[in-house]
Design a protein around this ligand. Structure first.
Ligand code: KE4
Length: 425
């Protein structure tokens, strides 16, 4: 643990709850304390003591093109010279909305906001306003941001409705959310048959319980069930959007939601997210329609500049490279993972190594992982120059700019981390 980071953590804890501005950064689920980062460059990050790591967090997904990409930096600097925020419409927002609608198959119209939390919160309100229904269905292990409707814990046993996932969330609010296991169509069907549901929301490839892909037929099954029962299908692509394809998981898996949420990559590392979908639904949104939604910095010129510069660079060649990188790393480490009685899920350039023998298909299975061993593995990987997400319940992201040598360096660092576990026993 670098000493300057340690000193900064002590100073941070005096003025910021837990010393961080987002809980997962505190490294509570793994060994040791978080290094404080001084800079990033391409696939590398450097902490305040000069330790360098190949970064497989990438700011939790946005940095598919790595840190400080020159084109993105230049676009932000150039926009900033003209002003940082107007609170008024700009041409760049129109062009960006057109580019988003051209890229994502579900988007006929889109509204920009500043975080994934806002995007899913507003998409849920819009679905409730459009259908006139209150109940929503959320799947266990999926994360859709830190707002009351989705910060819920699964109903225990026969309980149908969710319980608050945090103090401060009223039972009455959590009680409007029905939960079901991921990859279990029958559980969702039962909810739709027994309740008037406004929407089903899910991650099309879960990343927030570790990487857990949809089973064959799951997404298309949800699409058919929601249509049959007059509920909207909201696909949360905050993590998968522009990661798994230019048209996200919807393009990769051929599913057509009523609404989709985007974030992370779409802002190029700046605070920008979006929600959109069918014109008929989106035109219910204020000021065109009655469903209210707003944001001072929505469509912020700097974030739009970063998003547009990023999207302009996301070519078919970049996605082909991202797939090749994922496959190269998979070939290099999966034999070692399976030899150790562990497992791995990967979709394209997002993956998770699970400390359990079989690759999990849902949250209950992920929860059987050896979390203590993962915590030691994470620390060993860090000591071998690989910066993995500090939780078994997160996905790692490979930037599409890695060279083969850097992929091989990551594989070597992970193997060294496994060997270190052996030595420590
Ligand atoms: P934000 O409000 O953090 O921008 O987005 C919330 C969100 C919504 N939907 C999905 C699928 C997400 O993955 C997220 C945020 N992801 C986490 C990482 N698993 C952000 C990291 C953090 O909380 O600091």
């Amino acid at each position: 643990m670098s000493t300057r980071s340690r000193q900064l953590l002590d100073e941070a804890r005096a003025v910021i709850p837990g010393g961080v501005n987002s809980p997962v950064r505190a490294f509570a689920a793994v060994e040791g304390d978080p290094p404080f980062i001084a800079r990033g460059e391409g696939p590398w990050i450097e902490d305040v003591d000069g330790n360098r790591y190949l970064d497989l967090v990438g700011s939790w997904g946005p940095l598919i093109l790595g840190h400080a990409h020159p084109a993105v930096v230049e676009a932000v600097v150039e926009a900033a010279r003209r002003g940082t925020s107007y609170g008024a419409p700009t041409e760049a927002e129109v062009r960006f909305a057109e580019e988003l609608c051209a890229a994502h198959p579900a988007l006929e119209m889109v509204r920009l906001c500043s975080s994934g939390t806002e995007a899913t919160m507003h998409a849920i309100r819009l679905a409730r306003g459009f259908t006139g229904r209150d109940a929503i269905v959320k799947l266990d292990g999926c994360y859709h941001g830190a707002h009351d409707a989705v910060l819920v814990a699964a109903g225990s046993g026969v309980a149908t409705f969710a319980r608050p996932g945090s103090p401060g969330i009223p039972e009455a609010v959590a009680g409007l959310t029905l939960t079901a296991p991921y990859n279990d169509l029958d559980a969702v069907a039962r909810h739709l048959e027994n309740h008037d549901v406004a929407a089903v929301i899910l991650e099309p490839v879960a990343g927030n319980m570790g990487c857990v892909p949809p089973l064959a037929g799951y997404l298309s099954g949800l699409r058919a069930l929601t249509r049959e029962h007059g509920a909207l299908l909201i696909i949360d692509e905050v993590m998968t959007g522009f990661r798994l394809a230019r048209g996200g998981a919807c393009e990769r898996f051929g599913v057509e939601p009523d609404l989709v949420t985007l974030g992370k990559i779409v802002g190029g590392g700046l605070p920008l997210a979006a929600f959109g979908g069918r014109r008929e639904v989106m035109e219910r949104l204020s000021p065109a329609g009655p469903v209210y939604q707003a944001g001072t910095l929505s469509g912020n010129p700097l974030a739009v500049a970063a998003g547009r510069a990023t999207l302009a660079l996301l070519t078919p060649e970049v996605y082909a490279r991202a797939e090749a990188i994922g496959e190269r790393l998979d070939r290099a480490i999966r034999p070692e993972i399976e030899r150790r009685g562990l497992s791995m899920n990967r979709v394209g350039s997002m993956f998770t190594i699970f400390f359990r023998p079989e690759a999990p298909r849902n949250f209950e299975e992920v929860k059987t992982c050896d979390l203590e061993a993962f915590g030691r593995f994470h620390r060993a990987a860090l000591e071998n120059g690989v910066y993995l997400p500090p939780s078994q319940f997160e996905a790692a992201f490979l930037p599409a700019i890695l060279t083969d040598a850097q992929v091989d360096r990551i594989a070597a660092g992970l193997r060294a981390a496994f060997d270190a576990l052996d030595r420590k026993g």
